[in-house]
Ligand binder design. Sequence first.
Ligand code: HEC
Ligand code: HEC
Ligand code: HEC
Ligand code: HEC
Length: 430
Amino acid sequence: MRVTTTAVLLATVTLLAACDDKPTPTPASSPSVSAAPSGGARALTSGALPHAAAAPVALAGDAAEGQRLVEQYECSRCHQGTGQPAPKLALDCVGCHQQILAGKFPASPAKLAEWKPHVAYYQETPSLEALGRRLEPAYLVAFLQRPEDVRPHLVPSMPRLPLSAEQATHVAAYLTRGERPKAQRLDGADPAHGRALLENKSCGSCHEFSGVAPLTARPKPGVGSEEQQRAIRLAPDLRHTRDRWSPGALVEWLLEPERVKPGTLMPSHSLSPAEARDLAAYLLTTPLEPPRLKALPVRLPVLSRRVRYAEVVEQVIGVTCRHCHGDADLTLGDGGPGNTGGFGFTPRRMDLSTYERTNAGLLNAQGERESVFAKLPDGTPRLVASLIARQREEAGQVDPQVRGMPLGLPALSAEQVQLVESWVAQGRPR
Ligand code: HEC
Ligand code: HEC
Ligand code: HEC
Ligand code: HEC
């Protein structure tokens, strides 16, 4: 059983590995946050610039409180550029996977080779460096409360954390502290020329742009150098640009990405200022088709054949659940955020590492033990409801009551949910 092996190893490694400290925290400079007021774009076509049109947003977030929250929610377990020190290796979700992929993790070559394919899809997240010169604070406030999938070739997405609206405002103030981009007007810019540039510069070799006529160049995930593949995973779908960027920030970014965010994988295309403005005009104003959300999978009827625990482990629990609902005894007390707590969640003590522990349930909001198989008012067992809630989240139907599982990872297929539901319906045979 691969996950248990990992857990044992985690314990060993925590003892061996000293924390590899990343740069010391950057001090929070200016706590004040306000989106740069932007000029209108009357010379453009009829499409209005979302941010240019809106009045300047002033968020009353407190950056110092935001910094405290970023620590409390352990954002640095998944992100660089948070201004927090790197976590211990045993807590560093992305860092540990990266070490395994780079062959730097202290384990035998055979183990590393066995693990590599399984960590491949959780190897990176966008760094949060210089967010104040990039994303709009108002977008961040909304995104933190209800994350959307921005990067089509990056498998994990930002998890839905228990941040309140007020907390999200503080966190956004902290993340966008410091220098803000200058406001710019895009009057006279030529979106049609921007579209031509998008083609000529092969922006589509890394970026999807859903909702517009397809670009000729297409990202080819899994092809090309390691760096090219990383760039494709980290490249956002350009349909979101208008929600995320002000015109001023976008023009600066297109001119010199490396100057805005050192270390970024977005290359400089040596554009002239006029070209950057034309590109920005196209990105921000071209009409978009409505987003195509994933269809909600049908709920399959329970199986009549016998389903045993081992099959549920092999198909579901052992595949994505155990890193977050693990055995705390084997990992020096950290059973993952779904067990011993983390990412701002209180310990729910839900351990999926063995048959007995799975049956021991979890702590409810009152701190009492409850079964994860207890039926909700509509008759769905709680565990199954969590899996369906994730399918719904991907279809754009976020349920404020039930958090989708696996948290921040792709929803299970209809067949996987059917397997779990059948096992529960059959009285959970061993
Ligand atoms: C100390 C190293 C380490 C840490 C920390 C770590 N992982 Fe992993 N992770 C692994 C290894 C090793 C595997 C491959 C397991 C295998 O092949 O048996 C893995 C695999 C996975 C998988 C793929 C499913 C699987 O088990 O094959 C997911 C999902 C995952 N990890 C999520 C996380 C999350 C989320 C965190 C943070 C809460 C995390 N990991 C922290 C080492 C780590
Ligand atoms: C379990 C890992 C995980 C944790 C914990 C996590 N994030 Fe994320 N976050 C991600 C992933 C993956 C993405 C990329 C999602 C995408 O692009 O679709 C992301 C994206 C983001 C983005 C958008 C950045 C961009 O350039 O698009 C912001 C901002 C962000 N996270 C902030 C936070 C903050 C603040 C916290 C702590 C409160 C946090 N994250 C905790 C995994 C995590
Ligand atoms: C080699 C791959 C690659 C190419 C080619 C490329 N980009 Fe990017 N682009 C990226 C990556 C990676 C990011 C994310 C940068 C980061 O967060 O560090 C990005 C970010 C962006 C963003 C910000 C999106 C957001 O929502 O945050 C825009 C806009 C953008 N690119 C436009 C372009 C345009 C226009 C071109 C062509 C002139 C282009 N890119 C060419 C890789 C690429
Ligand atoms: C990235 C970490 C992560 C992964 C992966 C994950 N969980 Fe969770 N899970 C959590 C956290 C954190 C909580 C506590 C949420 C809360 O308190 O609101 C939780 C809570 C739950 C709950 C209780 C929900 C409730 O009713 O309050 C269930 C059931 C659950 N997880 C099932 C699963 C299953 C099944 C999988 C694998 C398919 C899985 N989880 C994968 C982190 C994770």
